[in-house]
Design a protein around this ligand. Structure first.
Ligand code: HEM
Length: 126
């Protein structure tokens, strides 16, 4: 298997990832009911985000943590939901690619997940 090398590869991952998320009742409601995402708009944003993170291509300017704090205000994002999210994300990578960039993506997702959960706990305490 190849490593992730370009934006086409990232598109394969995010498409597979959302197929898994939307097929899982334990988390799909967040994307269909709490926030009604439009995949044709959402997937290119995810590709831009990961392309900036992994290839340094730029173009992502949103506040990722704040976006998830806003989702959390509408419906609590529990530790369990983060674990489910990470499981599907890792599976979408591992089933399609392998290598250094894959490991960087998985590490980054873990780190961001931890940061988001800390911010969510702070938000709850406010
Ligand atoms: C419980 C776990 C998570 C859930 C349920 C979740 C859910 C969501 C939802 C509903 C959106 C769309 C928000 C909107 O358009 O208003 C979104 C956007 C996004 N999420 Fe998550 N997320 C989770 C964890 C993560 C993690 C750990 C990452 C780390 C990479 C991440 C990366 C992104 C990115 C890049 C976007 C696009 C933001 C933008 O539109 O600029 N998410 N997420």
């Amino acid at each position: 298997m190849n490593d992730v090398q370009n934006q086409d590869d990232l598109y394969i991952i995010v498409e597979d990832f959302y197929k898994k998320l939307l097929a899982d009742d334990k988390i799909s409601y967040i994307f269909t009911d709490v926030v009604k995402i439009k995949l044709e708009e959402h997937l290119p944003i995810l590709v831009t985000f990961w392309s900036q993170a992994i290839f340094g291509t730029g173009g992502y300017f949103n506040n990722l943590t704040q976006i998830h704090l806003d989702v959390n205000m509408k419906s609590y994002l529990s530790k369990e939901l983060f674990e489910i999210w990470l499981t599907h994300f890792e599976a979408a990578i591992n089933e399609n690619f392998e290598g250094f960039n894959c490991e960087r993506m998985k590490n980054m997702a873990h780190n961001l997940s931890t940061i988001m959960q800390i911010k969510i706990a702070q938000q709850k305490a406010e």
